[in-house]
Design a protein around this ligand. Structure first.
Ligand SMILES: [Zn+2]
Length: 326
């Protein structure tokens, strides 16, 4: 008895004008069937089946089976499952004049042409969708502002939704999420976010000693050549510090210098840190005065582990001792 079902949530759209005519016709038919009438009128009536929506007459056919066939055929025109009418449809055996009784085709055509009986259908589908991970930021004053270090990498999760889509005479009305299931939970991301102000890449003009060690060789004439820096010896990987704020303009191997870092202090001065065993910075990095940029080594043209430190003023090597003490 699915035709007796009713969907309350959806509004009924009626062709009121048509309905009024049909009600009038029905009244005539029923009155003729039920009231005592002249023998000539009674003779023209015969038993049949009438279909009503919310008590209002829609059409009459010869049998209950015919009525069900018409309604089934009409429902079958619309995609989706679980067809239901937009009102309470009832089937009753009545008496009516012969010309009121339609064939199945006529009754079907009547329903198709009018919009007074709507069919609600439902499409069911399961949709999988991504659940975006959330992120927690831990402020860290040992990192520069703008720098981020991921402590725990986030991963998206997955959820499955059961969606019911409702159609009225084949026209989409609404979609509803009926059920939701978490297939795979998202993994929360945790990130350290720097708050330390970034250093300026402009030197202060006052240099700090780039490393600890023994002063081996001064600036100036040596072995008939000009020694363009000073040499400080110590153990391998003794920390080498930037002498002042600046920006790294070279970090790599250079003939004679071995592994070399050059820092431009953007005040006319550039410092060189040569023969390094390790380098902790790259070209473009802004370094802070005193920042650990590498480790002492014996790369390039050397006789032992030491730092060759140069200061160049507008491109010309000057005595580093004018700027730093060892
Ligand atoms: Zn040297």
């Amino acid at each position: 008895m699915r035709f007796l079902k009713k969907i309350d949530e959806l509004n009924v759209t009626k062709n009121r004008h048509f309905m009024h005519i049909m009600v009038f016709v029905l009244c005539c038919a029923l009155c003729a069937a039920m009231l005592p009438l002249a023998p000539s009128t009674q003779a023209a009536e015969e038993p049949c089946t009438a279909v009503f929506k919310n008590g209002e007459f829609l059409f009459a056919v010869s049998t209950q089976q015919a009525a069900k066939n018409v309604l089934d055929r009409y429902c079958g025109d619309f995609l989706g499952t679980d067809p239901q009418f937009d009102g309470q449809v009832t089937i009753e055996d009545v008496q009516a004049k012969k010309h009121m009784i339609l064939s199945e085709d006529e009754a079907y055509a009547l329903l198709k042409d009018g919009d007074f009986l709507s069919v609600i259908t439902v499409a069911y589908k399961t949709v999988e969708e991504t659940v975006a991970y959330t992120e927690e930021e831990l402020r860290d004053d040992t990192l520069y502002a703008g720098d981020r270090v991921i402590l725990c990498e986030g991963r998206n999760g997955l959820q499955s939704k059961e969606v019911h889509t409702f159609y009225k005479n084949g026209i989409l009305q609404e979609s509803r999420v009926q059920a939701m299931e978490l297939v795979k939970p998202a993994v929360h991301q945790v990130v350290r976010v720097g708050t330390k102000p970034r250093p300026s890449d402009i030197g202060t003009g006052e240099m700090a000693t780039p490393c600890a060690g023994r002063f081996e060789s001064p600036f100036g004439a040596r072995w008939g050549r000009q020694h363009k820096g000073v040499d400080i010896s110590n153990a391998t990987d003794t920390p080498i510090y930037a002498a002042d704020n600046g920006r790294v303009i070279y970090a790599g191997f250079m003939s004679g210098f071995g592994q070399l870092i050059q820092v431009d202090h953007n005040n006319g001065l550039v410092t060189y840190y040569a023969h390094l065993n390790t380098m902790h910075v790259s070209v473009g990095d802004v370094v802070e005065k005193g920042q650990h940029i590498g480790g002492m080594g014996a790369t390039g043209n050397v006789t032992g582990t030491h730092l060759h430190f140069e200061v160049r003023q507008n491109g010309v090597a000057v005595d580093p001792l004018s700027y730093v003490g060892f």
